[in-house]
Each structure stands twice: as C-alpha cells, then as structure tokens.
Design a protein around this ligand. Structure first.
Ligand code: PS7
Ligand code: MN
Ligand code: MN
Ligand code: MN
Ligand code: MN
Ligand code: MN
Length: 356
C-alpha cells in the first residue's frame, strides 16, 4: 500500500540531508520542498549520481583511465548492492566525504520502494556506461561535433530527466504517461547541462576536459585551439570569441520550447517548482553569458538570476559587469548558505497553484 511508507534510519537520513546541502550547488532547496512521498527518492537519486560524478570528475585518484572506467562500470553493483562499500580519497571536500561515508546513503537507498531502487540503479548504470565511453576520448579540445556534444549531455543529464519522470510517475504525483515522455525529459536535462558547459568554459578547459564542440568553435578560432578565446590577442579575436559563445547559447536556446512543453505536462505544484526553478536559473545564466567576455576569464555567476531586475539593468551586449571573478573558477564557486532553503520558495498562498 502507498500508505505504508518504508522507514529510514533517522541518523542516516540526517546525514543524507546534511550532505545534500553541502554538495548541491542548486538542487538542495528544490529537492527539500518536494512532497514527502517523493522527497527521499529524489534526494538519494541526487546523491548516488553526485557520487558517480565525483568518480568521473576526479583526475588524480585513479592510476589509469582503465581503472576509472572499471570503477564507473562497477558502481551500480558495488555502491548500490554492498551496504559496506566506500571509496577513500577520491574527489575533494564534501564530495569526498559522500564517497567515504556512502554506507549511510546505501542504508536509505535500501529502504526505498523497489520501483524507486530500480529506476535509480538503471539510470546509474546507463549514465556510468556513457561516462565510461568518454573517459578514453581526449577532450582537451572539446567534443568533436554537435552530435557528440549532445550524446555526452544525454548521458550525464538527459538520463536524469528520464529517471526523475519515472520517479514522479511512480509516486502518483504525476501521470504515468510522463514516464514515457523520453524526448522531452531528455531535452530538460540537455538544457541544464549545456548551460553548465557554456558557463564552465574556462574551468573545464584548464582541467583538460572541455565540451564545447569543435564543429562550432573552429568556425571562430582562426586556426587556433580552444584556448584562443581565453587569451584573445586582437580585437578581432575577442569579437570572434563572443560570436562563438553566442552560437552555443543559441544552440542551447533551441531546447527551450521542449522544456516548456515538458513543464506544461506537470500537475503537482511542488514537482513543477522542482523542475522549473533550475530551468529558470539556466535561462538566466544563458542571458548573462550571451555576448559576455567574462565567460572567457572566470565563472559567470547566476546567484541573482531569479531577480526580475537583472534583465532590465543589464544589457545583453557586452554591458555585463561584475558578474565574474578573476580567481580560479573552482575555488570561486560559492557554497550555498545553510538552513531552511525550502522556506524561500514556498508559495505565498495555501492554495495549490496550477502548474501551467
Ligand atoms: C537527481 C535532481 C527535471 C525532467 C549529480 C536535474 C553532474 C546539470 O558537476 O552540479 O558542478 O558541473 O552544476 C540531479 C530534468 C548528476 C539534470 C549532471 C542529479 C532535469 C550527475 C541535471 C544531478 C534533469 C551528472 C548538476 C544535470 O549540475 O554540475 C537530480 C527534469 C547529478 C537534471 C551531472 C549535471 C547536474 C546536471 P557540476 P552541477
Ligand atoms: Mn556545478
Ligand atoms: Mn562530471
Ligand atoms: Mn561535476
Ligand atoms: Mn560543469
Ligand atoms: Mn524536440
């Protein structure tokens, strides 16, 4: 019966909630406002994928690419099956802690309904398989073409959309047909991922894992490599960089109609907020990135993205100021503040609003 809810170990659940607030740069608040019959499932889905992404992102822990690939491909049958599985020393900070204390996540995962566990395990395996495909590719100069760029984004984000739709449907907060909207849920993930990739140009480039497709950026680089845009020698080069950036933003914006179509199918106000707020943040980030040379020198932040005023006080053609930092991108990432994030996105009326 859906009324008999699994019982979670309260200390382990507390760990999961605390670590979510530390590792999530944008999802903690929208996850925590979800209805209780869905919240823990999505929370654990997030932490499992965050753990997998920590393995994917680590460039020093594994002695070889082969070892990293093994670890990615085994994850669904080690981390998600063995209640004692941990990994020590991979990743940094709170993400490293997540892997080191993974048994606490496992404990909560194991107490989820079987259907939710199946979704999480299935998506984890498919994402890991996709990540593994890209480990051996030399991404120093980005993906080869838009098809490869789309393929990477499908694995690391489109599949998340599929998994979330299945969790929404099985909670009965959304129609069961939503789980079958594979194209639309894929586009939802691609929109977030492409925005992240556009914004993180410099961070990813200096890490040797760039995603901007060569078939796009080579149109603008006058024979130079992807670093050409970071150090423009001439006014012409600087302009070319901005045109390249605008090309990529325009490519991402093509996803917006399908994202709106997906959002229009949602009926539960909290699920709608969970899905729509990251999309609004993403479109505000694209607005800020468009024709903004700061993308090439730092990280363009979107901390104030939801303010209506940001689009009226800023022009979209080079007038952006003070929105990036000159410090190393990785360390300039602001951690979200702690405590009660859900309160900031509560509706002002007790009346459930219509989703679309
Ligand atoms: C399960 C909520 C709502 C239908 C960890 C949400 C990293 C952009 O690593 O943290 O800092 O560059 O900025 C999220 C579709 C996935 C796609 C993907 C799981 C939307 C591991 C988000 C998040 C589908 C691979 C976070 C895709 O960005 O990245 C849950 C519907 C994780 C969603 C990664 C990126 C997510 C991402 P980083 P961020
Ligand atoms: Mn991030
Ligand atoms: Mn990654
Ligand atoms: Mn990452
Ligand atoms: Mn990124
Ligand atoms: Mn489409």
């Amino acid at each position: 019966s859906p009324l008999i809810r699994e019982t979670f170990n309260p200390l382990d659940l507390k760990f999961c909630d605390d670590i979510l607030c530390k590792v999530s740069r944008s999802f903690a608040a929208v996850i925590r406002q979800l209805p209780s019959q869905l919240l823990v499932d999505v929370l654990i889905f997030y932490l499992v994928l965050r753990a997998l992404d920590t393995i994917e992102d680590d460039m020093t822990y594994f002695p070889s690419n082969e070892e990293k690939v093994k670890s990615l491909l085994a994850f669904h049958k080690t981390a998600l099956v063995d209640p004692t599985w941990t990994m020590m020393g991979c990743g940094e900070g709170d993400e490293r802690r997540l892997l080191e204390e993974f048994p606490k996540c496992h404990s909560v995962y194991a107490a989820l309904p079987e259907g939710s566990r199946r979704v999480i395990s299935d998506i984890t395996l498919r994402m890991a398989t996709g990540m593994a495909e890209f480990v051996d590719k030399d991404l120093g100069q980005g993906t080869v073409d838009v098809a490869q760029y789309n393929r990477y984004c499908h694995f690391v984000a489109g599949l998340v959309g599929e998994g979330l739709s299945r969790l929404f449907a099985s909670s009965e907060l959304e129609r069961s047909a939503l789980a079958g909207e594979l194209h639309l849920s894929d586009q939802m993930g691609l929109f977030l991922q492409k925005t992240n990739i556009i914004r993180d140009y410099l961070e990813d480039y200096v890490d040797g894992r760039a995603f901007w497709p060569q078939s796009i950026w080579k149109k603008y680089s006058a024979g130079g490599d992807l670093g050409y845009f970071a150090n423009p020698a001439t006014e012409e080069a600087k302009k070319a960089g901005l045109c390249c950036l605008n090309d990529l933003v325009t490519d991402a914006l093509e996803l917006a109609p399908d994202c709106l179509a997906y959002l229009s199918k949602l009926r539960c106000a909290e699920v709608f907020r969970f899905c729509a707020i990251p999309q609004v943040m993403a479109i505000a980030t694209l607005d800020r990135c468009y024709h903004n040379a700061d993308v090439f020198t730092g990280v363009v932040k979107y901390g104030r993205a939801c303010r209506a005023s940001s689009s009226t006080t800023q022009s979209t053609c080079g007038g952006c100021t003070g929105s990036s930092t000159g410090s190393p991108p990785a360390s300039s990432r602001g951690r979200r503040r702690r405590g009660g994030p859900a309160s900031t996105i509560r509706p002002t009326t007790g009346q459930p609003e219509r989703a679309a």
